[in-house]
Write a new protein. Structure first.
Length: 78
């Protein structure tokens, strides 16, 4: 019986890029996290389509973009 061939381990010359995936949550989850009413978040999503997307009747929000939206909104009001 032949033994399996062992390939030597080599360090890769290329670097692996770090990928950060967006945190996507439902309106209900965003409502609980942000302590905001769901109807208000749905309105914000309709007015700012880059914050969220709709699948059927359900909205999904990018939490990072929503936080940036509120940070910019509070800076403008000051």
């Amino acid at each position: 019986m032949k033994e399996p061939v062992q390939m030597p381990l080599q360090a890769s010359a290329c670097e692996i890029e770090k990928i950060t995936l967006p945190q996507i949550v439902s309106i209900k989850q965003a409502s609980e996290i942000m302590n905001l009413p769901p109807y208000y978040l749905r309105r914000v999503c309709r007015e700012n389509p880059d914050l969220a997307f709709q699948s059927g009747v359900k909205w999904y929000i990018n939490l990072g973009k929503l936080a940036a939206y509120y940070n910019n909104k509070t800076e403008q009001s000051e």
